[in-house]
Design a protein around this ligand. Structure first.
Ligand code: 6PG
Length: 240
């Protein structure tokens, strides 16, 4: 596990763009495509905006964008992660529609949404057995309660060992959510937890210091084959 700390959020974003470019180039040269799953939340928006200026056509035609999680709302709803990504990254870059893989929240039953997204992933990766897919990059945020993706403390989705996509319908999560699960998150080639800002200082300290206790969802993200990074600015790193 590595921690990257920069003096400012602007610099963090700039370095992450460089890292993104390197990872994309390596994945495209090995497997001819770069497959990412991106998170919602507010923290990564400046990064997505800055990344949207990286207009290298060949990179984006070979980049596939999945969603780490989504609220169970329509894809044009103000709370939709897809809507935020579309506005800040997908539309400005004109990424081909076939490369974008939203969580299909249109179904009348949230369980069907999860099932359909798992099926979409399976068919994209052409998986014929139950081995979870390997994403090149999974970008996560860090919630104040230690959640990652939509794996909140006290939810069944956090315990999921088999399904790749789970629903989160407990009363304390509103609106309900659909999320990739730990079996998928932990298999990615690279996992980046992007958590800048002084409001993250306390939870970042707990995330890094109490790892053996497994008291927070973020403690469960120990990478399998992956490289696991925390990308933070000095504000977030203040208590370390
Ligand atoms: C979401 C997320 C979630 C997020 C954290 C941090 O859709 O909200 O995927 O896991 O990354 O809640 O959110 P902030 O970046 O807004 O602090």
């Amino acid at each position: 596990m590595s921690i990257i700390v920069t003096p400012t959020q602007a610099l963090l974003s700039k370095l992450l763009i460089r890292k993104w470019t390197e990872m994309a180039a390596a994945a495209i040269s090995c497997r001819n495509r770069f497959i990412v799953a991106l998170s919602g939340g507010k923290s990564p928006i400046p990064f997505y905006r800055a990344l949207s200026k990286l207009t290298k056509g060949s990179l984006w035609t070979k980049t596939h964008v999945f969603l780490v999680d989504e609220r169970y709302v329509s894809l044009d709803h103000p709370e939709s992660n897809f809507r935020m990504l579309k506005k800040n990254l997908i539309d400005p870059l004109n990424i081909p529609t076939r490369n974008i893989h939203p969580i299909p929240t249109g179904a009348a039953d949230i369980r069907k949404v999860a099932w359909q997204y798992e099926r979409d992933i399976k068919s994209f990766f052409r998986l014929h057995n139950n081995e979870p897919p390997v994403f090149d990059l999974i970008l996560l945020g860090l919630g104040q309660d230690g959640h990652i993706a939509s794996l909140f403390p006290g939810t069944r989705a956090l315990e999921e060992k088999r399904k790749w996509v789970a629903t989160v319908t407990e009363d304390h999560v509103k609106p309900p959510r659909i999320t990739l699960t730990l079996p998928v998150l932990t298999r990615a080639r690279t996992i980046i937890i992007y958590a800048p800002g002084k409001q993250k200082a306390d939870i970042l300290k707990q995330a890094l210091e109490d790892q053996n206790k497994k008291s927070l969802p973020v403690h469960h993200i120990k990478a399998g084959r992956a490289q696991l990074y925390f990308w933070v600015d000095q504000g977030a790193a203040n208590l370390l």
